[in-house]
Ligand binder design. Structure first.
Ligand SMILES: [Zn+2]
Ligand SMILES: [Zn+2]
Length: 209
């Protein structure tokens, strides 16, 4: 499997491009900005975006989604519970002092238990609310990888002081759905370095097992 991680935008959101060599099908996760660079990765790797996945509707994760959709035709996959955030991209842009991007809307609503496919790649969708009501994580069992959005970080967890955040809920999401994955699962957080489920279970100071 091809997996490129590109930090995009002023907040350095980790955008992932995952692709299947044989079929050329790809899924782009969290195209927050720098769409030209994302397009260059797809082109260089000979990939065609089949779906755009938004782990949650904070502007640093969703900001480039409408532009990428118009360039690729790929549908936007996101949880309905984050509409309250994507409908207020103007407010989010004002916090950062940047121009508001266009709202991509939702083409395919994300649901717990969905399995996303690109060629032989399988990604299981976990609804992991707490950082935002509609936060999702993608678990790729064949690759032992978790794309965690802003739910779980190396040595930290997502902030819960923004609209729709819930401290009890993020702890339940992490304990109930992420810490139950195999210890060797490599975690790709929405910002910063990778970690593993085993390391976080043992040492994360915010959410202990
Ligand atoms: Zn966020
Ligand atoms: Zn973020």
């Amino acid at each position: 499997m091809i997996h490129e991680v590109l930090p995009v935008g002023m907040l350095g959101c980790n955008c992932s491009v995952i692709g299947d060599e044989a079929s050329g099908e790809a899924i782009v996760i969290d195209p927050g900005d720098d769409v030209a660079e994302i397009m260059a990765i797809l082109e260089r790797r000979g990939l065609k975006a089949k779906m755009i996945v938004i782990t949650h509707a904070h502007i640093d994760h969703i900001g480039g989604a409408e532009k990428l959709r118009s360039l690729t035709g790929a549908p936007v996959y996101m949880h309905e519970a984050d509409r309250m955030l994507s409908d207020r991209l103007d407010v989010q842009a004002a916090w950062l002092g940047i121009e508001a991007p266009r709202n991509p809307g939702i083409d395919t609503p994300a649901r717990e238990g969905d399995v996303l496919r690109a060629g032989s790649i399988e990604a299981n969708v976990l609804h992991t609310p707490g950082h935002s009501p509609g936060s999702i994580s993608l678990y790729l069992p064949l690759e032992s990888k978790l794309i965690a959005g802003d739910t779980l970080f190396r040595g930290s967890v997502g902030r819960t002081d923004l609209p729709g955040g819930d401290t009890g809920q993020i702890a339940r999401s992490i304990r109930g759905k992420l810490y139950t994955l195999p210890d060797e699962t490599i975690v790709f957080p929405g910002h910063g370095d990778t970690t593993s489920i085993g390391v976080e279970k043992r040492s994360n100071p915010f959410v202990r097992l």
